[in-house]
Design a protein around this ligand. Structure first.
Ligand SMILES: Cc1cc2nc3c(=O)[nH]c(=O)nc-3n(C[C@H](O)[C@H](O)[C@H](O)COP(=O)(O)OP(=O)(O)OC[C@H]3O[C@@H](n4cnc5c(N)ncnc54)[C@H](O)[C@@H]3O)c2cc1C
Length: 416
């Protein structure tokens, strides 16, 4: 079934009786060519591109809960490619290009909205650092515009430019960045993978790996053993727990990240805005809610909820750049579990166990990476060689000293 404006019109006129379930609910088979562990954004996009780009379809995605129940449905929906380092920027720009064509590609409305992102700067040195970042983005084929105060005032007159503590001097603007409806992204990839014959198995927790003589031959699950030539793990915040079942210890810590949404308001915020002197980011949803967030919670946890000191910190960040936010009422808040790597950059790599692959360490920026992560992981799984834009995302980079320390702020998750 293809979705189109005509289809919506036809169903509206005929009592909406023609809509079908968006994916099948198959029983797991005894064996597959590739088993993907984790039905989040990255697992589903990997399955989709394996089938769509590489012609493989004897694949299962195993999800312990329901599809999209993890961070893919909990994030603040920001997509962008405003990175500095050569290990990162081409990868995120590939993702941006895939976002731009995604809805036509998988025939699903993911509400991709390129309304731009502005990173505020508050000092001369920060302006210079942003100019450098903007140049690096342009060299990688992305778009970047350095706004001075007058240029920023035109777009965002509501900002507190003369705040005594954090005066705003301007911003680095990426016009092609924006937001996408996160759960629709999961559903679109799930539907696309299912249409190519991939089995999406919900309520199927992977409880162990079948490893013999250094070779992974499949997984043990809550619904029995499933054999696979290749096993591809992408479980985001559960990375440490799941990979420990294969005897691996990862350079990753799990932390909670919270998100907040206000009551619906008239359109006020043009795109995404981030605070340059603290950690706060905000956009406005199509329903009118102000969607915002800030730092991770300071302690390690696997709980999908956070604590009140971070709520206070996030709200202070909001008040510092746009005091009018103090008059909006908070509608909802929630949390997700982040797989924080020690240099703030991800992994897409083979492990030392033959047949076992790992994708993780996305920190709190993995939503925008969903298309490129799936594409590059699929490339690795299908061809057994890394995609050129993801070649630096190696598991051994802390041994070889090739960290991709994007912010250069230090080896602590809360600095990324
Ligand atoms: C509050 C918040 C705000 C964020 N904001 C942004 C943002 O604005 N922009 C951005 O780019 N990123 C953002 N992120 C980060 C982004 O959401 C994540 O990096 C990304 O979604 C992680 O990849 P995923 O979608 O595959 O993860 P998930 O959706 O968490 O998928 C992992 C899946 O694995 C499953 N799983 C775990 N263990 C097992 C097992 N043993 N067996 C089977 N299945 C298992 C889980 O149930 C889960 O469904 C945010 C995250 C949060 C929580």
């Amino acid at each position: 079934m293809r979705y189109s404006g005509m289809k919506v019109l036809w169903e509206g006129l005929t009592g909406n009786r023609g809509w079908k379930p968006v994916w099948r609910e198959p029983e797991p088979k005894k064996s597959y060519d590739i088993v993907i562990v984790g039905g989040g954004g990255h697992g589903l996009s990997t399955a989709y591109y394996l089938a769509r780009e590489f012609g493989l379809s004897n694949i299962a995605v195993l999800e312990k809960g329901w599809l999209g129940s993890g961070n893919i449905g909990r994030n603040t929906t920001i997509i962008r490619s405003n990175y500095l380092l050569p290990g990162n920027e081409p990868f995120y720009e590939l993702s941006m290009k895939l976002w731009e064509n995604l809805e036509q590609d998988f025939n699903y409305n993911a509400m991709v909205s390129q309304r731009g992102i502005i990173n505020l700067y508050h000092s001369d040195s920060q302006r210079d650092a942003f100019a450098r970042r903007g140049n690096a983005m342009i060299m990688a084929g992305a778009d970047a515009v350095l706004l001075d105060r007058a240029g920023l005032e035109k777009q965002c007159p509501f900002l507190d430019f003369d705040n005594a503590r954090f005066p705003i001097q301007g911003g680095l603007w990426q016009p092609r960045a924006g937001t996408a409806r996160h759960d629709a992204v999961a559903w679109g990839y799930a539907r696309g993978a299912d249409m190519h014959g991939v089995d999406l198995i919900q309520n199927c927790e992977v409880t162990g790996f079948l490893i013999e003589d250094g070779v992974c031959k499949g997984v043990e699950t809550s619904r029995g053993a499933i054999l696979a030539r290749k096993t591809a793990v992408c479980v985001a915040g559960s990375s440490g727990r799941v990979m420990s079942k294969a005897g691996m210890r990862l350079p990753i810590e799990s932390h909670a990240l919270q998100a907040f949404v206000s009551e619906g308001l008239k359109p006020v915020i043009p795109g995404v805005i981030t605070f340059g002197a603290g950690h706060f980011y905000i956009s406005q949803s199509d329903k009118g809610g102000l969607v915002f967030g800030g730092d991770i919670d300071g302690y390690n946890t696997y709980a999908q909820r956070g604590n009140l000191p971070v709520v206070e910190d996030v709200c202070e960040g909001g008040m510092a750049i746009m005091p009018m936010i103090g008059r909006a009422r908070l509608l909802r808040m929630w949390g997700g579990v982040m797989d924080m790597s020690m240099d703030g950059s991800p992994f897409i790599d083979r492990t030392h166990i033959d047949g076992l692959y790992f994708n993780g360490g996305w920190c709190y920026g993995g939503f925008k990476a969903t298309p490129a992560s799936g594409f590059c992981y699929a490339h690795l799984l299908a061809r057994d060689e890394p995609h050129p834009t993801a070649a630096e995302y190696r598991l051994d980079r802390f041994i070889s000293g090739r960290m991709i320390d994007e912010r250069g702020a230090g080896a602590q998750p809360n600095l990324h």
